[in-house]
Design a protein around this ligand. Structure first.
Ligand SMILES: NC(=O)c1ccc[n+]([C@@H]2O[C@H](COP(=O)([O-])OP(=O)(O)OC[C@H]3O[C@@H](n4cnc5c(N)ncnc54)[C@H](O)[C@@H]3O)[C@@H](O)[C@H]2O)c1
Ligand SMILES: [Zn+2]
Ligand SMILES: [Zn+2]
Length: 401
């Protein structure tokens, strides 16, 4: 099959890779119909992780079930499913509490597994024609009738819609409150959109890319351009000198100043100053336990110079970490089905797998007009070894009904 493979820093290639196969009775093989490039993929693309060359990347995946293992009981060939970026077992101590981002089974010795991602186990990614999904009954979210026409909405359930929502939940946002969101990438935009859906009275989004800020305005936010004036001053002005009730960090350890110099603690410290005393912060931007390639000595050890005194004096709370996508995806899917959410408003390009290496370059440069890339494997000529799901039947899966 055709797949996007990581070769090394700023080098991804379209390669012919072996088709995945059923390895465990509860696996399914999904024929991918939409798969996204994520800001998180750029950490690997930029060579800032330990990802080994030869891995297929891609963790925001949607497709059609092509083949079911003999123990799969809730899915059948032809079902359209969206797959959370965290792969999880459903029965370990953490999954049991809904903390699927910290599954203890699929990446032994660590909490948390994912598809095609550094440090998240050995599952291959879905920027490919086909993907093996383990514990498929638990991991696949079956999509409703008509989802095929709205794949660009539903695919956002794999990661960034739940992650934007998670940022607002970690921050404890309540209806009628104000929230400041740093970062207007796909995740920050989804946080702004989620805040709007949850009834925030005032949403402020900080970035310096006019096209991204324009999208933030489209979902009801006030755009704050930090290349023009201090974002903290602008938030203070908009909140009568008090600061926002809640704050969301949607940038991560690659935070930089408007001129492009990396300053890992920039957003965290500005966030502390932008949120009112007793407020709270949701930090979903990625921070690493170590970052050996950083220019900054603290960052190399996974540390930032954090204004803890200011944080403490204000009595702030903070929630951090990866999103347990399964905590949110079913409800957010219902919002899409009911016509109350349309997260595809951030999609800027629909491309084939063949276009992916070029798309990575543009997206990595945060070029104007490159907000969110969705890849459609069926747009490129297939390597052609398998038949599409719709033309197959699966006697084993039906036998379990
Ligand atoms: N917690 C999770 O489960 C989870 C899931 C998905 C993504 N993420 C992480 O969320 C972060 C954002 O993802 P994305 O896809 O939106 O990435 P992105 O890189 O496309 O967007 C980041 C945005 O932040 C802006 N930015 C950079 N420095 C800034 C600063 N100092 N002040 C204000 N804005 C600044 C950039 O201009 C950019 O628009 C990444 O770290 C990603 O890895 C986390
Ligand atoms: Zn992602
Ligand atoms: Zn588990």
């Amino acid at each position: 099959m055709k797949a996007i493979v990581y070769n090394g820093p700023r080098d991804v290639q379209v390669k012919d890779m072996p088709d995945p196969s059923i390895e465990h009775p509860n696996d399914v093989i999904v024929q991918i119909t939409t798969t996204n490039i994520c800001g998180s993929d750029l950490h690997m693309y930029e060579g800032r992780t330990t990802l080994e060359a030869g891995k297929i990347i891609g963790h925001e995946n949607l497709g059609v079930v092509l083949e079911c293992g003999p123990a799969v009981s809730s899915l059948k060939v032809g079902d359209r499913v969206c797959i959370p970026f965290n792969a999880s077992c459903g029965f370990c101590k953490n999954c049991d509490r809904g903390m699927t981002a910290a599954c203890l089974t699929l990446n032994p010795g660590t909490a948390g597994a994912g598809y095609g991602y550094a440090g998240m186990g050995d599952l291959q990614g879905g920027q490919a024609e086909y993907l093996r999904v383990p514990y498929a009954d638990f991991n696949c979210l079956k999509l409703p009738e008509g989802a095929q026409e709205q794949e660009d909405d539903y695919v956002m359930l794999a990661d960034i819609f739940p992650t934007g929502w998670h940022a607002t939940r970690l921050a404890g946002l309540m209806p009628g409150e104000s929230v400041v969101i740093y970062g207007a990438g796909p995740v920050g935009l989804m946080a702004a959109y989620s805040a709007q859906l949850q009834g925030a009275a005032q949403i402020m989004v900080v970035d310096r890319h006019p096209d991204r800020l324009a999208l933030a305005q489209k979902c009801g936010a006030i755009a704050i351009d930090d290349s023009k004036e201090s974002p903290v001053d602008q938030v203070m002005e908009l909140t009568h000198g008090e600061g926002a009730d809640r704050g969301c960090e949607c940038v991560g350890f690659h935070a930089h100043d408007p001129q492009g110099h990396e300053v890992s603690n920039d957003v965290m410290n500005k966030l502390v100053k932008s949120v009112k005393a007793t407020g709270s912060l949701g930090v979903v931007g990625v921070f690493m336990p170590e970052d050996p390639k950083s220019q900054n000595e603290l960052a190399r050890k996974g540390q930032i110079a954090f204004d803890f005194g200011e944080f403490w004096t204000r009595g702030l709370h903070m929630g951090t970490g990866q999103t347990s996508v399964k905590s949110y995806n079913r409800h957010l899917s219902a919002l899409i089905e009911a016509g109350k959410a349309k997260p595809s408003f951030i999609v800027s390009q629909q491309l084939s797998l063949d276009d992916a290496p070029d798309a990575y370059k543009h997206f990595d440069a945060r070029e104007k007009g490159w907000t969110k890339v969705v890849l459609k494997p069926q747009m490129s000529a297939s390597s052609g070894k398998r038949k599409p799901a719709e033309s197959r039947t699966n006697a084993r899966a039906h036998a379990h009904r």
